[in-house]
Design a protein around this ligand. Structure first.
Ligand SMILES: Nc1nc2c(c(=O)[nH]1)N[C@@H](CN(C=O)c1ccc(C(=O)N[C@@H](CCC(=O)O)C(=O)O)cc1)CN2
Ligand code: MG
Length: 296
């Protein structure tokens, strides 16, 4: 079997277009322009690229983009003050603090200060709690994007399927598990202490890898026909020593020989993260204006 490749880049482009259509209607009908504020601390080169892409894609969708940069050695209080100011700014519907933060800053403390209604990353405990109890809240972008890709392949009815999520981070693994549980999948969250991970992974109709270990999931970990979602984004040295290349948490060629559907890296889950951020910003703006939240 050779898996069908899930083209996240194309799916994300379609989602961004749908967001842009809703944004144009909001502006015409209600004079409302959603605004997204992104705060970047420090010099991490990858973060700079992601933040630049977020700004460009926000503007391309017809929304207002506000960008704030703080130096690597800025005190934590400077970031907290910036977040407090954005909470109070009516032009800002979504706030995102780019992660990772420098070591002297406490990400949990910063996220805790973000108004949950503006927390377009969905990382605040209020939004995590809402997801856990099945209430409407803001869902983290990467797992939301993964669910959209899974539904695109399997249809809306995922009930009864076995899902294994490898990785238990607050940003991907846990919310991904909650989302799949909400779809009535039978969900197992695997982690570094899990026994016989290959056998567990082989039981999955839906296998999500989000561990940050390059090419850990081998072909013989995959159930024939499964949907494999690779959230990993690992830079490893090229064989010829001429720089680095990006690989996921899944050994792609091996897994693709067994799976039914598989996301590549790059071009799979990654582009969905920013597209879902735009969708969450639109959702936050509609919710604050008391307007119906569009189905995307
Ligand atoms: N506050 C947040 N910080 C971080 C998040 C997040 O969702 N919120 N996620 C990641 C970084 N990230 C967005 O911020 C992100 C990562 C990757 C991509 C992407 O499109 N990747 C491409 C490949 C890019 C490359 O070549 O390096 C792909 O997979 O095709 C978008 C956004 C951590 N921080
Ligand atoms: Mg990808």
């Amino acid at each position: 079997m050779t898996a069908a490749i899930i083209d996240g880049k194309a799916f994300a482009a379609g989602l961004r277009q749908r967001v842009a259509q809703h944004v144009a209607r909001l502006r015409e009908d209600h004079g409302l322009v959603p605004g997204l504020a992104v705060v970047l601390v420090g010099d991490d080169p990858a973060s700079h690229v992601y933040v630049r892409n977020k700004g460009e894609q926000t503007k391309a969708a017809g929304m207002n983009s506000f960008e704030f940069r703080l130096p690597d050695d800025a005190p934590e209080s400077a970031l907290l003050e910036r977040v407090a100011a954005l909470n109070a700014d009516p032009a800002v519907h979504g706030i995102l603090v780019q992660l990772p933060l420098p070591k002297h800053m406490d990400a949990a403390k910063v996220i805790d200060l973000i108004d949950p209604a503006k927390d377009v990353d969905g990382f605040h405990v209020v939004n995590a709690g809402k997801l856990a109890v099945g209430a409407d809240g803001i869902v983290p972008c990467t797992p939301l994007g993964c669910l959209m890709l899974i539904r695109d392949r399997l249809g809306p009815r995922l009930a009864g399927l076995n899902a294994v999520v490898i990785g238990r981070s607050n940003i991907v693994g846990k919310p991904m598990a909650q989302l799949l549980l909400r779809e009535s999948c039978t969900v197992t969250v695997a982690h570094s202490k899990t026994r016989d991970l290959p056998a567990l992974a082989r039981s999955a109709d839906i296998l999500v890898a989000a561990v940050g270990v390059p090419e850990m999931v081998k072909g013989d970990w995959v159930k024939p026909g499964a949907v494999v979602i690779d959230v990993g984004m690992n830079r490893i040295p090229k064989a010829d020593g001429s720089g680095t290349r990006l690989v996921g948490d899944v050994a792609f060629a091996e897994a693709a020989a067994v799976a039914g559907h598989i996301t590549p890296v790059p071009g799979g889950v990654g582009p969905m993260t920013i597209a879902c951020l735009l969708a969450n910003t639109l959702t936050a703006a509609c919710a604050r204006a008391g307007l119906p939240v569009p189905a995307l």
